[in-house]
Ligand binder design. Sequence first.
Ligand SMILES: [Zn+2]
Length: 399
Amino acid sequence: MNDDRRGQAGRGQPLSARGLRLCSLFGIDIFLDSSLLIIFVLIVYMLSSAVFPDWHPDWEASTTWLVAMAAGVLFFASLLAHELAHSLMSRRFGVEVHRITLFLFGGMAEMEDEPREPRAEFLVAIVGPLTSLALGVLFSVIGTSMAGPDFAGLLDEDREAALASLSPLATLMLWLGPVNIVLGVFNLIPGFPLDGGRVFRAVVWWLTGDLQRATRLATEAGRMFGWFMIILGVLQAISGLLLQGLWLVLIGWFLSNTASASYRMLVLRDLLDGVKARDLMRSRFGTVSPQMRVEDFVENHLMQSPQLLWPVLEEEHLIGLVTLEEVRKVPAGDRDMTTLGQVMRTDLGTLTLAPETDARRTFELLAVGGLPLAVVERGRVLGLLSGADAAKWLVLHQR
Ligand SMILES: [Zn+2]
């Protein structure tokens, strides 16, 4: 039991933890990736130096800046609402989301698992863009009503005067509205990994009953759309709109890349479904005793074998682990007097796991530590597991 718990140590605290934890909403941790700062600065800069001065030449700099900052913050709040919609819908279908990360290209809800049926996938995917569209309409309606009944007519006649007449709050709403609508429409593009790609995949999956084929089609569409954006961006850049063009190229490149990467991820996920640490481990390995001298260990064990992680056993029970790291810390002159029991690691949590740990979790643990792991059940070491062992398994089981 004890070791099972050890093996699960760290579950719930994400291993890919990057960025800053902002808050927790509906039991979901909201994280901000550091790349978000770049896009926030860019948005605020663009708004305060170009968009708002164009709408309101008479505004004071401080007003322009304040509205631009508020717009930046509310933009990210809108992204968050979009991701929360995915997460809450996903929860309704029994797939938990523990964490949402907002990053350069929007947000990402980290789901524990893929939806298991087309209807769930469809609803989980489509609710995000629908939220963005709804927010877009809401902000636009609020902004227009704040602008007054004559605003639309005035906008047709004299755009500059119409925009200049807007209050700061109405300006904010009338910028956020269209932006959210664009966000919603962009995400509905039927290329994986965009939401529209997931919707498309769910429909094909539902029509054909073939998830693999649906995934392949949606990925192809995503890649094609990415390339389309790159070509469009290059054409724009050539025709003089350098910045807009480069921006399109960047997004297109990101899209086509993530399309391929998420396809590989999905194939891997299917492959690893139901596979446990027990299946991936190697059960022939060497062990050492706590009384062994470090010198003896280095010369007769560590240097004689490719094994990197050595379980230290006392009466068959795991009491510690030794790696190169512990040995390296002992000065060469002291190695004949020091025992492994004195230098071994005793905090086993990060280097051990239970045999029933699922393969995905196992891969995460391997990636984090960069060290092999010991598979432990009730204090007994059943096997060792390294990245190379897992890779061997993958090569043998790939279709
Ligand atoms: Zn989405």
